[in-house]
Design a protein around this ligand. Structure first.
Ligand SMILES: [Zn+2]
Length: 155
């Protein structure tokens, strides 16, 4: 089936393999951001003194004033749930046995989108604190998935 004859209601994605001949880098700020996660279990932001904003993930330039950012801030591993959703369907369209929760966790003046789990029975609520849980150091690769998930702090 060609793209021109396909069902207009069908999803506009398909799975296949693609040869990649170029290499993507994280850039200067991304390199430092992911290296801190991998090596030190730290989440770094970069701070703009003009705008008094701390970018998370760290950025090389302030998006407001274009100031080059070279002040690095450890924003800690506990953030705040800003919003969340429950996923009942897997990426392949099949039903999940248990829903997975994905949340935007505020850190600094930005944040990360990641899996969110609750070890207790407390339901997720906006504004709750959540802590990043890291893989063991021997398994970390310099990826956002070096954080296994965020865990709700309910006490
Ligand atoms: Zn700025």
């Amino acid at each position: 089936m060609t793209l021109l004859k396909r069902d207009p209601n069908a999803p506009s994605a398909w799975r296949d393999e693609m040869q990649v001949t170029s290499r993507y880098t994280f850039g200067i700020a991304g390199e430092r951001f992911f290296r801190a996660i991998k090596d030190d279990q730290q989440i770094l932001g970069s701070h703009c003194n003009n705008c008094e904003r701390t970018y998370v993930p760290a950025a090389a330039f302030c998006e407001r004033c274009m100031n080059q950012l070279d002040e690095w801030v450890d924003v800690g591993t506990v953030g705040e749930v800003v919003t969340f959703t429950h996923l009942y369907v897997n990426y392949d369209g099949s039903q999940r046995e248990e829903p997975e929760t994905v949340a935007f966790i505020k850190l600094g003046d930005g944040g990360l989108i990641h899996r969110l789990v609750s070890s207790g029975s407390h339901p997720v609520e906006i504004g709750m604190p959540a802590k990043a849980i890291f893989k063991p150091s021997s398994e970390r690769e310099g990826s956002i998935l070096d954080i296994v998930h965020f865990e709700l702090i309910t006490n």
